[in-house]
Design a protein around this ligand. Structure first.
Ligand SMILES: Cc1cc2nc3c(=O)[nH]c(=O)nc-3n(C[C@H](O)[C@H](O)[C@H](O)COP(=O)(O)OP(=O)(O)OC[C@H]3O[C@@H](n4cnc5c(N)ncnc54)[C@H](O)[C@@H]3O)c2cc1C
Length: 366
């Protein structure tokens, strides 16, 4: 089976890896560098779903992907030598109001899905866990199993491991159109060249996927959702902290990320003074010591959104051999392994071990 994938973000690279592992002949077209867009901008948090705000199918997908990680990381590292900086350091969700404290306590009691569990901590226990947090916080939940990693390294490890299994990863080559033979699409335009002889074509170009699918008159309504982030050079925190206004994530590199805005402003991947000021204020409220810290860098990325907040994955309606995988919004790093696995199953066998129907692009067809 010969498959070509448009897009070398974490999603395109994960699909390439799982397909190559299953013996497919894979080509990836990435118009720039691997992971150059949302994937690199990401905080790289891997958080198992905690409450039931998401749909049942989304929660199932998140849990399945979360579980795939520990073994996958070992495999990728042994195949490529790349340490993707995966660390299950745990996540603290603090409460600054009685209402939120009550909500989090109730949730913590209810959560039974992970062996490690989720516990409520307050007072000296919370100070001991994370001494730099504001004294004004009423308490927090702590989920020790939640993890983070370096998302750009993850995408490069997927790509590298796929290459080791024979995949052709073309950097600096844009997908510019489809090539057809009769009614069937058999190839793609890559820059000025035609590449032919493919059995399947996968569109995984983040928020640019919408324009690619429009060439086939198919709706894949993923919109760019900007996220601004900044980094302090600080080792003041030992765990990720997700408050009501944003999050702080300590990285192995010695930086502390603060994120993120969620803005619907088109394809404008830049920071704004308001966005950065908001993140600084949020960071200072959670960790007062950060009020005196200088911002070391700031950046923005465009998450692939979707109208219902769920990924868009599956075969395109009325197209036998064209597939799409996008719309992962705030969960693309978490969901990359399960996306790679399920898309590979779908393309190679037409069946998937977890149903993909709820995520099908057909839901936007009418
Ligand atoms: C600030 C921020 C924080 C985030 N934090 C987290 C987090 O903590 N945890 C989490 O799970 N998720 C997080 N996300 C979301 C996650 O980063 C995205 O869901 C994920 O990176 C999407 O991956 P992708 O491969 O679909 O898209 P992208 O990373 O955007 O990749 C698409 C690729 O396609 C390429 N491309 C586009 N058009 C073409 C073309 N015509 N031909 C060839 N190539 C093309 C682009 O160059 C790009 O490299 C965050 C996102 C942001 C912005």
């Amino acid at each position: 089976m010969k498959v070509v994938i448009a897009g070398g973000g974490v999603i395109g690279c994960a699909i390439a890896y799982y397909l190559a592992r299953a013996g497919a002949d894979v080509t990836v077209l990435e118009r720039g560098e691997i992971a150059q867009e949302a994937t690199s901008a990401s905080a790289g948090m891997l958080i198992a779903p905690f409450d039931r705000t998401g749909s049942r199918s989304m929660v199932r997908l998140q849990r399945a992907s979360f579980k795939l990680y520990p073994r996958l990381i070992k495999q990728l590292e042994s195949e490529t030598g790349i340490d993707v900086e995966y660390r299950p350091r745990g996540l603290i969700r603090p409460a600054s109001s009685e209402k939120r404290a009550k909500h989090l306590k109730t949730l913590a009691k209810r959560v039974t899905h992970r062996k490690a569990g989720v516990e409520w901590v307050e007072g000296s226990d919370l100070r001991h866990l994370e001494p730099a947090l504001s004294d004004e916080l009423l308490g927090a939940t702590f989920s020790p199993g939640d993890a983070d990693l370096n998302p750009a390294l993850l995408a490069r490890a997927f790509a590298g491991a796929a290459e080791k299994r024979g995949a052709d990863i073309r950097r600096g080559v844009a997908f510019t159109g489809f090539v057809s033979s009769g009614h069937k699409l058999t190839g793609v335009k890559a820059g000025s060249a035609d590449l032919n002889g493919f059995d399947a074509i996968v569109l995984a170009a983040g928020p640019w996927t919408k324009a690619l699918a429009e060439r086939l008159s198919v709706k894949v309504p993923t919109a760019p959702m900007r996220g601004q982030m900044l980094a302090y050079r600080s080792t003041v925190l030992h765990h990720a902290v997700w408050g009501e206004e944003g999050y702080l994530v300590p990285k192995l590199s010695g930086f502390l990320f603060a994120g993120a805005t969620v803005e619907d402003v088109g394809f404008r991947a830049r920071t704004t003074s308001d966005g950065v000021a908001g993140l600084r204020a949020m960071a200072g409220r959670l960790v007062p010591a950060l009020r005196r810290s200088k911002v070391a860098s700031e950046w923005a990325g465009l998450r692939p959104g979707s109208p219902d907040g769920m990924p868009i994955m599956g075969r395109l309606p009325k197209r036998d051999n064209v597939y799409v995988a996008t719309g992962h919004f705030r969960n693309g790093i978490l969901l990359a392994p399960v996306t790679g696995q399920l898309m590979s199953e779908l393309i190679l066998s037409g069946k998937t071990s977890i149903p993909l129907d709820p995520f099908s692009p057909a839901r936007f067809a009418s």
